[in-house]
Design a protein around this ligand. Sequence first.
Ligand code: PEP
Length: 251
Amino acid sequence: MRRPLVAGNWKMHGTRASVAELIKGLRQLALPSGVEVAVLPPCLYINQVVTGLEGKAIAVGAQNCAVEPMQGALTGEISPSQLADAGCSLVLVGHSERRLVLGERDDVLSRKFAAAQSCGLVPLLCVGETLEQRQAGRTLEVVAGQLGSVIEELGAGAFAKAVVAYEPVWAIGTGLTATPQQAQEVHAAIRAQLSAENAEIARGVRILYGGSVKAANAVELFGMPDIDGGLIGGASLNADEFGAICRAAGN
Ligand code: PEP
């Protein structure tokens, strides 16, 4: 039985004041006990969020990490060991905004994935196709390539302590959502790809859906057999909406 996970990606949003407000809202939420909940603030606010959520069952993670696990000479980066030291337990790897805007390639992402795991962080690997790729009928091929490159580098065993997030690029921040059937098709393909390497790991790995998830569409999406929760962008900046999405994952 896979425990659902709902993670809120705050992206590059927030000020000390707005983060304090959001923490206040999150602290007041009634969260379902069967669902794991996490928030991923900008690095600058991780300390504030870890302190502010003390005693609340919400994990804190980061949106990115360095390719090297330990601190050292790598200007502008933050190492997984530093994130762990700050109280993080998970980290996004390969969000499409980083793949597309910053040009992060699969080989770099495998290094980040491995570095995160070596420091005890759970990497949350994001995969997904652009609109152009979907329209060309290449969705499954693109996603298989992104997942396959990590499997090739690190082996399917690396997914014993990792999470995959399927996020169609055309659905991120656009208000367009994949239908539950469209999402399920890709989630099932991701699980099948892992299963071909290691059936036990495939059965246990959580695969989240991300892309304009709101309270209004979460129940249907989370009701699909291979969707184990969500990676939530915009809607996670509103504590009440985020709480409603978390409760939908508990249904
Ligand atoms: C995301 O950034 O991972 C995301 C899914 O964003 P949104 O929910 O805003 O589409």
